[in-house]
Design a binder for this molecule. Structure first.
Ligand code: SF4
Ligand code: MG
Length: 340
C-alpha cells in the first residue's frame, strides 16, 4: 500500500527580481505513521521551506510549487486552500523554533490551546478548556489547571516550548512537523523536549518530521535521515546507515562538526568551511564542490562539471547518496581518516 506520506519531486521556487530562488528543487521522501524522519542541513538548504509546503503555507503566495505531497493518498500540492485549512492543525501540525511566534502574548496559554481545539471540533468552551488542561498535563506542565490561566510570558522558555507542543498536538495530528524545536533552548531542556516529542509520538502514533541543522539531534530520535544541500537531497537513508556509513562528504562534515559532548557548541571541531550556495545560481556540477575538500579524488575535475546522481548504496535497503567518489575511493578516505 502507499506510504502514509509520500513526497515526490517536490519543487518550491520563488520568483524574485534577481532570478528564481529554487529553495526546494526535486525532493522526494516517504514516511509512515509512528516513524520519524530527520531533515538535516544548514540554513538555506531548503529544509524549512519543505515543511512549509507540507502545511500548504505557500498557497496564496508567489511561490511556485510542483511535484506531489501525498498524505493518505490526497495530494496536498493540488488541494485548494479551503481544504488545506481543514487539515492544518488537525491532520498536519507544526512546532516552531520560537514558541513566541506561535503563542499570542495577549491570551492565556489555556485559552489558545482551547481555541486551537475548537477550530476543528464542535465542543463547548468548558470541554475545550478541559482538553487544554489535559494537554498541558500530558506535556509535563505542573499544576496544569492553574498554569492554563497564565500568559506566555509567565512561562519559562522550556515551558513555552511544552505549551506549543501541547497546542500542536491538541487535535491529535497524524503528521507533526518540528522545525528546530530545541535550538533556542539550553542543553538540558533540549534533551527533555526531545524525550517529550518521542514519548508523545509513541502515545499518539503520529508521523514526525524533525528539521534541524544538528545531526546529533536526529541521531537519537529519527528512523530515517534526509540530508539536504542547496534545495536538493544529497543523502537519504535509515539513521543507522547514514550515521554508521555516511556516503557524502557534506554529511561527513556535518558529523565532524557534531560536538563530542552533546550540545557543547564551543567544542565543534571541524565546521564545514565556506558558506551555503546561492539558491538562484547553484554552483555547476556538484553544488557542494566549491566547499568540498575531496573533489581532488575525483578525476578530470568532474565535480565542477557534472551533477552527481543519487545512487543506491550497495548492500543497503534504501540508502542513497549523490557523489562522484567511487566506493573504493571512499573506503580509502575513510581508512586514512580513521588512521589520523
Ligand atoms: Fe565532493 Fe565531488 Fe562528491 Fe561533490 S561529487 S561531494 S564535490 S567529491
Ligand atoms: Mg529554518
Amino acid at each position: 500500500s502507499a506510504p502514509f506520506l509520500d513526497v515526490r519531486d517536490l519543487r518550491v521556487h520563488f520568483p524574485t527580481e534577481d532570478g528564481i530562488v529554487k529553495s526546494v528543487d526535486g525532493v522526494s521522501f516517504a514516511l509512515e505513521k509512528g516513524r520519524t524522519l530527520g531533515i538535516v542541513g544548514e540554513s538555506g538548504s531548503g529544509k524549512s521551506v519543505t515543511s512549509l509546503a507540507l502545511l500548504g503555507l505557500h498557497k496564496g503566495t508567489r511561490a511556485q510549487v510542483s511535484g506531489e505531497i501525498r498524505l493518505e493518498g490526497r495530494d496536498l500540492v493540488a488541494l485548494p486552500e479551503h481544504d488545506m485549512r481543514e487539515l492544518r492543525g488537525r491532520t498536519v501540525s507544526m512546532i516552531f523554533q520560537d514558541p513566541l511566534s506561535a503563542l499570542h502574548p495577549y491570551f492565556t496559554v489555556g485559552a489558545q490551546i482551547a481555541e486551537a481545539y475548537q477550530v476543528h471540533h464542535k465542543v463547548s468552551r468548558k470541554e475545550a478548556r478541559d482538553r487544554a488542561v489535559e494537554m498541558l498535563k500530558r506535556v509535563g506542565i505542573p499544576q496544569p489547571d492553574r498554569r492554563a490561566k497564565d500568559y506566555p510570558h509567565q512561562f519559562s522558555g522550556g515551558m513555552r516550548q511544552r505549551a506549543m507542543i501541547a497546542m500542536a498536538l491538541v487535535c491529535d495530528p497524524a503528521l507533526l512537523i518540528a522545525d528546530e524545536p530545541t535550538t533556542a533552548l539550553d542543553v538540558t531542556v533540549q534533551a527533555q523536549i526531545l524525550d517529550l516529542i518521542r514519548d508523545l509520538q509513541e502515545e499518539f502514533g503520529s508521523a514526525v518530521i524533525l528539521i534541524t541543522h544538528d545531526l546529533g539531534v536526529v541521531a537519537d530520535i529519527a528512523d530515517d535521515i534526509l540530508v539536504m544541500y542547496g534545495g536538493r537531497r544529497i543523502e537519504y537513508g535509515s539513521v543507522r546507515d547514514v550515521l554508521t556509513q555516511p556516503e557524502h562528504p557534506y554529511t561527513w562534515g556535518l558529523l565532524e562538526s557534531m560536538p563530542h559532548i552533546a550540545g557543547d557548541v564551543d567544542r565543534r571541531l571541524n565546521p564545514i568551511a565556506g558558506s551555503p550556495p546561492s539558491l538562484i545560481d547553484l554552483p555547476s556540477g556538484c553544488a557542494f564542490h566549491p566547499r568540498c575538500t575531496f573533489k581532488g579524488w575525483v578525476p578530470d575535475g568532474l565535480c565542477a562539471v557534472e551533477r552527481p546522481e543519487l545512487l543506491a548504496v550497495a548492500g543497503t535497503d534504501r540508502h542513497i547518496a549523490a557523489c562522484h567518489l567511487t566506493a573504493e575511493t571512499k573506503q580509502e578516505i575513510r581508512g586514512r581518516r580513521t588512521a589520523q
